[in-house]
Every structure is written in C-alpha cells, then in structure tokens.
Design a protein around this ligand. Structure first.
Ligand SMILES: [Zn+2]
Length: 336
C-alpha cells in the first residue's frame, strides 16, 4: 500500500515536472536511467544552492547531466565531482575603486543621475571584508596621471586631438567624445583620482584587510581603464589576472564603484576570463539608472550572479553557492 502511494506520488510529481519543464523528451531521457540518480543529484544541487532557487532551474540541470550520465554509478560520480569542486573553490573578493573622489570628491557618485550615495554601501562592504572568509582580497584603484585622457579639463591639450565634430562644439563634463589622436572613444570626466592625491585614497571608512592586494589602473596618459583587468582599448593588461591565477583563484566576487562602469567592466572581464563571477549589489553604487539596468542584463547574459551581502558571505563561507556558478560548473563537467 505504502509502495503504491509512493509510486503514485512520484508519478504525479514527475507529470507536473514534465508539463512545467515544457520539454517532454528531455525529461523522459532523464527518467530512462531511473529517477533515483536524478533525485539524488537534484538534492545535491539543492544543498549547494540553498532553498531560494526555483525547483525548475535545478531540474533543468539534472536533465542535462542525466543525458550524459545515464547510469546510477555515473551520476553518483558526477555528484561527487560537483561537491568536491565547490568545497575547494578559491574565491577572491575584489573591491573596485572605493576612493575618495568617487565617494565625496570631484566625481562623487551621489551627484550622478541615479542619486546613489556610496557611503550607504560601506556597512555592507565592511561586513564582507570583516567576514574574513575570502581566500584573497583585492582593492582596485583608479590611478591617473594629472593630464589623463579622461579629464575634461585637459581634453584640448596639445598631446591629443579631438575629432573635428567634437573640436568645434562646446563640451561639458560627462560628454562622450572621440579623439582622433589617440584614436579612441572617451567620456570626459572631471579630474579625479590623480596619483598620490587625497582623491585617489580609499575612503577612510572602508575596512582594509591585512595582506590585501592593490591593483592600480588607468596609469597611462592616453588610455582609460574601466576594468581592473585591462585598459579600455584591450591593449594592456594589469597584473590582476596573473595575481588571481598565481593564487589559484577560481571565483571572483566583486563590488564597489561605480556599479555600471568600473564594477561592470571588471566583472564582465572576470567572467570572460573564465572565473566564476558574482557581484554584491548592496556593497556597490551606480551612476545612472538606465546603465545600471543595462549592466544587470549583461550580467545575466554572462551568468554573473547578482547577490546580496548575506548571500555573498554564504558563498565566501562555501555554505551556499550561486546557481549560476553551479550551472557553469555542470556545463564544464559535461564538456570534459
Ligand atoms: Zn578614472
């Protein structure tokens, strides 16, 4: 009797899964190797991602895995690989450009159209930093020479030439221009983060972790650098990637300023370089609402998980992992 009712419920559950999945064929393949392995794998993934993730998203992963691992033994081996990988994951916490000029100085984000105040992100940021669970902590610094190409005040200097169109119009800060020499598109910002100046220092309220690493960017006069990995022309890399590779880092959790500019560029590069990547939304502040939502779309496309500070701390402790990371790892394991 008990057997009957259990199989009845199993059938009912599977039927609803089938209709919900909208992929009858895929799911029937999964069932071909027996529901037991699939159930075990679903449980394993549920344990990795915690209770907030949608059931369907987990089932989709299970279906993909069981199409290749079609015996109970093989699926159990797959489960083991998944679990071992995430228990040994090395995670870097990358704090992007939390510098005086962006917080309260010449390029203060709170004066931007989104009206977000970087100071409001500092308690969350310090919770992350004080947690001490990251394998390595990196602070990035926008670090410009005094006549940097991004500075509005210097856009007509003799060592650079605006395009004819931009040369003849009245320019103001935050205008997007094109330089004919050097050939590049550039947004003109008020002078900010000049090497060695007060504005280039980290905000004094930001907790500095012992043994942290500092990566400076935008140091060459004629090229800007939004990403902490490389300049905007993608010509020269900073030492960040090498540092992360040397330390055996698999995953990057990033946050800071500005969400829609330097945090976005840094984390998109991180994902493109193959790191498991997440952003901590409440430990970051952005400049412009339209660009913030554009950034969120790009993050989604690149499987960059958008986390709260609490979720990021869980990931750093390796208690709960972002589903996007599990999806990426499952894909990698299935391709091997
Ligand atoms: Zn800059």
């Amino acid at each position: 009797m008990a057997m009957l009712s259990s199989s009845f419920y199993k059938k009912k559950k599977l039927n609803s899964a089938l209709s919900a999945l909208n992929g009858f064929k895929e799911f029937s393949v999964a069932l071909g190797m027996g529901a037991e392995g699939a159930e075990q794998l679903a449980k394993e993934i549920r344990g990795l991602v915690g209770p907030s993730v949608d059931d369907l998203r987990i089932r989709r992963l299970v279906v993909r895995a069981t199409q290749i691992h079609d015996s109970l033994e093989s699926i159990q081996r797959f489960r083991g690989e998944l679990r071992a990988f995430f228990s040994q994951l090395k995670i870097a916490l990358v704090v992007v450009d939390f510098q005086n000029d962006f917080v309260s100085g010449s390029l203060s984000i709170k004066n931007g159209p989104a009206g977000e105040d970087p100071r409001d992100a500092i308690p969350a940021l310090n919770d992350l930093l004080r947690e001490g669970a990251a394998d390595i902590v990196v602070y990035t610094l926008d670090w410009h020479p005094a006549n940097h190409i991004s500075f509005y005040e210097h856009c007509r200097n003799g060592d650079r030439r605006l395009s004819e169109e931009d040369k003849s119009r009245k320019l103001k800060p935050f205008d997007a221009v094109r330089f004919a020499d050097p050939g590049c598109a550039q947004v003109l910002y008020p002078t900010h983060c000049v090497q060695g100046s007060w504005g280039a220092n980290l905000d004094p309220l930001v907790h500095i972790v012992k043994d942290a690493h500092f990566i400076r960017k935008g140091q060459k006069v004629h090229v800007d650098s939004y990403s902490a990995f490389q300049d905007n022309e993608r010509e020269q890399k900073t030492s960040l990637e090498n540092l992360l590779r040397e330390k055996g880092v698999d995953a990057v959790i990033g946050c800071g300023l500005a969400y829609d500019i330097c945090v976005a560029a840094t984390l998109k590069d991180s994902a493109d370089l193959g790191f498991f990547t997440s952003v901590v939304a409440d430990a970051s502040k952005g400049l412009d609402n339209d660009r913030i939502s554009e950034t969120n779309n790009e993050f989604k496309e690149k499987k960059i998980a958008v986390l709260s500070t609490g979720e990021a701390i869980s990931a750093l402790r390796k208690d709960i992992m972002p589903i996007e990371w599990i999806e990426k790892r499952v894909t990698e394991l299935l391709q091997d």
